[in-house]
Ligand binder design. Structure first.
Ligand code: DX5
Ligand code: ZN
Length: 218
């Protein structure tokens, strides 16, 4: 099956954000992936609500918002107001993950949970039927342009098994270090959604790269 492609605007030229948004609008991409970092959960700060709001005003595709922040439940309503369609929180930041996921669903967004590379997939056993998406981090979160961690392939396959075993409809999204070279393996392992930052916006022709990411993964 063809994967959904979610270009990460973190790797776009922020001086020309409108251009990057237009490239994604006109491309075969499916979602905008927006990385929100707080400098606490991850050692970097990206952008916040005013920027999400501005992106929403130009975006013609759903906003897939990846929260790399502590206590994400404080901001669920705010991200809904800014235009998030899918809100993903990190397993590592949620003491009451079940409550947080259901707050996101009640706010009328799709709900995702993300795992850092060291967090066992098996820990999702009791939440997998509640989520719309699981985001497997294939780098340590915080920065674009890092190298893909090979073990992620095994984790995607494990997650696929867990989803099937529990009759869950959760999509598997993979984020970090995705290239035209490794995309086909990720899809073969079970990935439904590929996030790509550097591979897309660091390429000479982002729209062509998006098209290839979809095609090469067939
Ligand atoms: C990293 C972010 C990613 C990042 C991916 O913490 O979650 O979404 O933008 O960038 P690339 O594709 O360059 O690894
Ligand atoms: Zn991300």
């Amino acid at each position: 099956m063809k994967p959904l492609i979610a270009p990460s605007l973190l790797s776009a030229d922020f001086c020309h954000l409108a251009q990057a948004i237009e490239i994604v609008n006109l491309s075969e991409a499916d979602w905008f992936h927006l990385d929100i970092m707080d400098g606490v959960f991850v050692p970097n700060i990206s952008f916040g609500m005013p920027v999400v709001n501005a992106i929403k005003s130009q975006a013609e595709k759903p906003l897939d918002v990846h929260l790399m922040i502590v206590q994400p439940d404080r901001y669920i309503a705010e991200f809904k107001r800014c235009g998030a369609d899918l809100l993903t929180v990190h397993w590592e930041t949620c003491t009451h993950l079940h409550r947080t996921i259901h707050q996101i669903l009640q706010a009328d967004m799709l709900a995702g949970v993300s795992l850092n590379p060291h967090t066992p997939v098996a820990l999702l056993e009791d939440i997998i039927i509640d989520v719309d998406l699981v985001l497997i981090m294939s780098v340590n979160p915080g920065f674009g342009g890092q190298t893909f961690i090979e073990r992620s392939l095994k984790r995607i396959a494990e997650l696929k098994e867990l989803i099937i075993k529990n009759n869950s409809n959760a999509l598997i999204e993979v984020d970090g270090g995705i290239t035209l070279d490794n995309a086909p393996q990720l899809v073969a392992a079970g990935a439904d959604v590929l996030v790509a930052g550097n591979a897309v916006f660091g390429s000479a022709d982002p729209a062509a790269t998006i098209r290839q990411l979809k095609k090469e993964s067939l």
